[in-house]
Design a binder for this molecule. Structure first.
Ligand code: IMP
Ligand code: MG
Length: 430
């Protein structure tokens, strides 16, 4: 069986949760690699909405095992909350089906305190305030607290004291008292009771499942344009969101993954600050936000909305090496008189650029060059795409040299069309 990967191609919130849910119906294993509860994956089934932040979206399929890889940063209370909600909703055997790599890093109250101080300043990035960046900083400085230490109380105590000592000068600048290392140790010993039994070697388990011919799905978080290296730095998240980040976050070598599905919304959104060349600050932007329900699944913030940026998408395809695209939320564009896509940029000196500049400061001043498309009516489950939408899709396929293999026209699983190489569609649920 193949190992498939799902990666967000824009600034996150492309609809990965739904696509993973659709693709993981048969998956034995669904694995997350990086990020933490900054992610918000919304799944709507039979009118019931579930938002997952840490646990892979495959958990809603009764037989999938779901793993959280070494590249993740995990706030234990958030994980506990999510597991409890899933159990309350009757999700079977949640406790046995979720495994966590002990190499993943803990997000501590200290990380969140530091982020709150930074984000209160005028140069704020507009983060999700989940302590993601500071937890990754701790990992990079070798002062991070891996989950593994929950099984070694004496070593955990020493590690907490070392991190606290390092942070003390910063804490002294703040007005709020922070939890002491000894209190934090006591809290974490409670956590150890339920979290340590969930430990698993995610790299080994994933490789074994693949070798045994089981179907493995790798679930990306955030989007390529938020990648810590290749995104619009410094307005990025702190982990690698490209396909390579999935492999390193889980601990997999090259060659195991047969399909990489890039998820792309038919328009663009961004939460938080940073360059967004196709942003619409007019009525059309408001229309997209309202009809697309563009409020952050994690923070509830209103998302910035704009036209699809095919120049950025072409870069995302290059960074990810995606073999297919899943185009989501095509229904949201239905009522508009005209649909636009950025196909190039113009710099302030009049120079026209065919590619997204790798200098993010230059990217910030680009004006998009648009191509217009005729609007389409909503697709339906009769598996025939309107001609105008076919034309839009054919254009994107040509522009990015990537096949659009899934078209999603609503939040429910049934509102998904599978498209073959010849452009012929079939409904997911005949
Ligand atoms: P952080 O990941 O909380 O550090 O936030 C850094 C930037 O990434 C901010 O602009 C966030 O809004 C954005 N971000 C992080 N996670 C997501 C996500 O899952 N969807 C959309 N934006 C995200
Ligand atoms: Mg999201």
């Amino acid at each position: 069986m193949p190992v498939k990967a799902v990666v967000g191609m824009q600034w996150g919130d492309e609809g990965k949760g739904k696509i993973v849910d659709v693709l993981s119906a048969e998956a034995d294993l669904v694995v997350r690699a990086a990020g933490g509860s900054n992610a918000g994956h919304t799944i709507i089934r039979g009118g019931k909405k579930t938002v997952l932040h840490l646990v892979p979206s495959g958990i809603l399929h009764e037989y999938s095992r779901c793993l959280l890889g070494a590249g993740m940063v995990i706030e234990p209370s958030k994980l506990r909350e999510e597991l409890d909600v899933l159990e309350q909703f009757g999700t079977p055997r949640v406790g046995q089906r979720v495994g966590v790599d002990p190499q993943a890093m803990l997000i501590l109250p200290w990380h969140k305190a530091i982020e709150h101080v930074r984000e209160a300043r005028p140069d704020a990035l507009g983060t999700t305030l989940r302590g993601i960046g500071p937890a990754y900083e701790s990992r990079a400085s070798r002062l991070g607290i891996p989950l593994a230490l929950l099984a070694h109380p004496e070593l955990l105590k020493t590690a907490l004291e070392a991190l606290y000592l390092d942070y003390q000068p910063i804490f002294e600048l703040g007005n709020e008292p922070v939890i002491s290392p000894s209190e934090l140790l006591a809290d974490l010993m409670q956590v150890a009771g339920w979290l340590v039994p969930m430990f698993t070697d995610v790299s080994l388990e994933t490789a074994r499942a693949s070798a045994e011919g089981r179907f493995v799905l790798l679930e990306g978080a955030q989007g390529v344009m938020l990648d810590s290296l290749h995104g619009t730095y410094p307005f990025v998240t702190s982990s690698s969101t490209v396909f390579g980040g999935l492999l390193s976050g889980i601990g997999l070598g090259n060659g195991m993954v047969s399909d990489v599905v890039g998820v792309c919304k038919a328009y663009a959104t961004r939460v938080g600050n940073g360059p967004f060349p196709t942003e619409l600050e007019d009525e059309t932007g408001k229309h997209l936000a309202a009809f697309g329900g563009e409020y952050g699944a994690t923070t509830g913030r209103l998302r910035r909305c704009g036209w699809l940026d095919a120049v950025a998408l072409k870069k995302a395809v290059r960074l990810v090496g995606s073999s297919q695209l899943a185009l989501t939320k095509v229904d949201v564009l239905c009522d508009l008189p005209e649909i636009k896509v950025a196909v190039a940029y113009e710099d302030t000196d009049g120079a026209v650029l065919a590619d997204f500049p790798c200098d993010p400061y230059r990217a910030a001043r680009m004006k998009p060059v648009y191509r217009s498309f005729a609007p389409w009516r909503a697709p339906s489950d009769d598996a025939i795409l309107p001609d105008e939408l076919q034309e839009y899709i054919s254009f994107l396929e040509g522009f990015t040299a990537t096949r659009v293999s899934l078209v999603s026209w609503g939040p429910d699983r049934s509102q998904t069309l599978v498209r073959d190489a010849g452009g012929v569609c079939r409904s997911l649920n005949p």
